[in-house]
Design a binder for this molecule. Structure first.
Ligand code: HEC
Length: 112
């Protein structure tokens, strides 16, 4: 999971220096990371949606790098970053939901 951060940081460096080969390489690595079984931490529709949007943005960035299109590359970079944050927020929310006592557990406490 830490690898993602390394590639995302390297991406910023490549984008701001117009290093097209670097952009393509790190976008490919991020795109490939979604094929790792370790990527699938949750099996929920929301997690799948975040994964698909991450795959779309990394694929767009690869295309932008090939076309040397900086407008599109910088927009894709931003949507990848948004994707990181949005997926993490969703994962944190679902973990909090799992830890919350169920309604049944609460009513058994108040019944006493
Ligand atoms: C589709 C969901 C998803 C996306 C998109 C995503 N992540 Fe994550 N990330 C996770 C999950 C889930 C974990 C926690 C894994 C665990 O706890 O088992 C995680 C963990 C991490 C961690 C480790 C955090 C820690 O406290 O050790 C880092 C760093 C990280 N992600 C960086 C990124 C970066 C950078 C991006 C974007 C380039 C990104 N992630 C995109 C789901 C996602």
């Amino acid at each position: 999971m830490r690898e993602k951060l390394r590639h995302a940081q390297a991406l910023l460096q490549s984008v701001v220096t117009s290093d097209w080969a670097g952009i393509e390489e790190h976008a490919r690595q991020l795109h490939a990371a979604t094929a790792d079984p370790a990527w699938v931490v949750l099996q929920t529709p929301a997690y799948t949606r975040h994964t698909e949007s991450f795959q779309r943005s990394t694929a767009e960035l690869i295309e932008a790098a090939k076309a040397h299109d900086m407008e599109s590359a910088s927009l894709s970079y931003v949507s990848i970053t948004l994707s990181c944050v949005q997926c993490h927020r969703q994962v944190a929310r679902s973990r909090i939901a799992q830890k919350a006592p169920s309604a049944g557990a609460l009513s058994s406490l108040t019944a006493r």
